[in-house]
Design a protein around this ligand. Structure first.
Ligand SMILES: [Zn+2]
Length: 254
């Protein structure tokens, strides 16, 4: 009867009738999945406090009798992320990242590298040994790369002039084209174009090239952090097709 078991991070849960919950997980072995947790709403004992947002669990699922959604059979705590839950800004970032994973990734597509990235980022946030704003820049950059949407940062998308050969100190980040364009190639003012210093563009390309540990050791200047945050939090909703609710909340909080 057992269909599969996997470590899994809880992305979202929704009420289903009077008794059940539909729970969306990002699982290591099956990618993003939705399962039904029977009686989870009615009986608190059934999954006693386990089914909380961004909790890391070990789950066991079985096939449903009518071949519908898999049924959550067992769940045990792997990490509750109490350190995140105890802090508002950390909670806001964790909610944003999990909403991003939920909204962006296809169901049933195994993506171990993205799983490892989310796991790593939540762990770091939980231990509170990272700046959450910097961690979010790294998370978004690496997520975009792994999801196949890495911004193009090494040269102008219009004329292919390498960034080091662009004379001006600022370039334009074009959300629609997905990377930087030199001032000569940027066609006037557009709400889909944001100015960015060359320094910040290079900084973001280092995050792309390095592994996550090395990226964590980079030191952001205040200006680079502010610009990178602004660009990424515009680029992500542009390609997602909507502004994640948790991002709007995060922006209000900051
Ligand atoms: Zn150009």
């Amino acid at each position: 009867m057992i269909c599969f078991s996997s470590p899994a991070i809880l992305l979202k849960r929704t009420d289903f009738g009077d008794y059940d919950l539909i729970v969306s997980f990002f699982s290591l072995n099956r990618g993003r999945i939705s399962v039904i947790a029977k009686n989870a709403k009615k009986s608190r004992k059934r999954f006693s406090g386990l089914l909380e947002p961004f909790t890391k669990l070990d789950i066991v699922c079985r096939k449903s009798r009518n071949n519908g959604m898999p049924v959550l059979q067992e769940a045990s705590m792997n990490s509750s992320y109490a350190g995140i839950r105890g802090a508002l800004i950390e909670t806001a970032y964790a909610s944003y990242w999990t909403e991003l994973v939920h909204g962006w990734l296809e169901e049933f597509k195994t993506q171990p590298e993205i799983y490892a990235l989310l796991d790593y980022s939540l762990e770091a946030l939980d231990k509170r040994n990272v700046c959450p704003h910097a961690m979010s820049i790294i998370f978004q950059m690496r997520f975009l790369g792994l999801a196949g949407f890495a911004p193009h940062l090494s040269s102008c998308i219009g004329c292919a002039l390498p960034i080091d050969n662009i004379r001006a100190n600022t370039v334009v980040f074009d959300l629609a084209k997905g990377g930087i364009v030199c001032n000569g190639c940027s066609a006037g003012e557009s709400r889909f174009q944001k100015p960015i210093t060359k320094g910040t563009a290079k900084f973001l390309s280092w995050i792309q090239e390095y592994d996550t540990d090395a990226a964590m050791r980079l030191r952001f200047s205040g200006q680079s952090q502010a610009e990178a945050q602004y660009i990424l939090e515009a680029f992500v909703p542009y390609h997602l097709g909507r502004v994640p609710k948790s991002l709007a909340f995060l922006k209000n909080l900051r």
